[in-house]
Design a protein around this ligand. Structure first.
Ligand code: CP
Length: 306
């Protein structure tokens, strides 16, 4: 694996290898073991053209734990604001001996463009591009599900909310399908579920009650207002009434169902505070597992270079 741009098309054995490698790093991400030398001497450039709390920070922690040098380019203060193009920015950072670019961008496909233009020894990891893909989030979600539920073959997983604008939903669907998940449901209003979902092998539900009934895993998504035009934008109260996950509605899922959310959460819009902080929530463990999963991805793409 030279780059990680999407989960779509990744063979099952590679996805499993990433999850197994992440499991081997959990003691390092937990700080029981401080550091491993797998990326010693390598330079990891974090390029976040769109805001982030979890992904950027956990990539930085993960690269540090792999002994890499980490450079966080402050995009708002970079010369991108003076009109420097994306590819010129990359060419100049490559001239500083970058080994790995971690890229988040509001334009779908930006990490692909970069991957086509870097030298063969330079790696690119997609940290979220537009509404297209967020592969490391998909992988950390799979790690979390495997941690709590062990086996995908008997699981029903519901992905609820603004599926239309969600790169996480697409990456999760590809990953769940690849790992042999028994049933994947996407749940949301007609305006926020894309038309191609049935072709992706998932069941589409336009009622929360139907969508989460007897589920093992409920993945909640926020309304991604930054990608919506006015006509699509539902009111927060209306959305919460129909699709907000409350403790009462969660009772429709299996009693041992886990609740996930990629974050950031909007309490009282897609999810009730009592669910966020409740005993079925694994939202914060997801964040912690993200460190080990990102260590795994970076070590697999860049750890075997001469
Ligand atoms: N889940 C996720 O991508 O969160 P951030 O936007 O904070 O990185």
């Amino acid at each position: 694996l030279v780059h990680l741009l999407s989960i779509e098309g990744l063979p099952r054995d590679i996805v499993t290898h990433i999850l197994d490698t992440a499991a081997s790093f959990v003691s390092v991400s937990d700080r029981e073991v401080k550091k491993v030398p797998l990326l010693r001497g390598k330079s990891v450039f974090n390029l976040f053209f769109e805001n982030s709390t979890r992904t950027r920070t956990t990539f930085e922690i993960a690269a540090t734990r792999l002994s890499a040098d980490v450079i966080n380019l402050d995009i708002a203060r970079s010369s991108a604001s003076k009109g420097e193009s994306l590819l010129d920015t990359i060419a100049n950072l490559s001239a500083m001996a970058a080994d790995l670019f971690v890229v988040r961008h509001s334009e779908s496909g930006a990490p692909y463009l970069i991957a086509q233009h870097v030298a063969p020894h330079v790696h690119v990891i997609n940290a979220g591009d537009g509404r297209h893909a967020h592969p490391t989030q998909g992988l950390l979600d799979m790690y979390t599900i495997r941690h709590y539920k062990k086996d995908f073959s008997n699981l029903t997983v519901a992905i609820v909310g603004d599926v239309l604008h969600s790169r996480v939903a697409r990456s999760d669907i590809h990953a769940l399908t690849t790992l042999g998940c028994a049933e994947v449901r996407v749940v949301g209003p007609k305006t926020l579920v894309p038309g191609d979902m049935a072709q992706m092998g998932v069941r589409v539900c336009h009622s929360l009650e139907e969508g989460i009934r007897d589920c093992d895993v409920v993945i909640m998504l926020r309304l991604q207002n930054e990608r919506m035009s006015g006509a699509l934008l539902p009111s927060s109260q209306e959305f919460f009434k129909s699709f907000g996950l409350t403790p009462e509605k969660l009772q429709l899922a299996k009693p041992d169902a886990i609740v996930m959310h990629p974050g950031p959460i909007n309490r009282g819009v897609e999810i009730d505070s009592a669910v966020v902080d409740g005993k079925q929530s694994v939202i914060l463990p997801q964040v912690t597992f993200g460190i080990a999963v990102r260590m795994a991805v970076m070590s697999i793409v860049a750890g075997n270079d001469a």
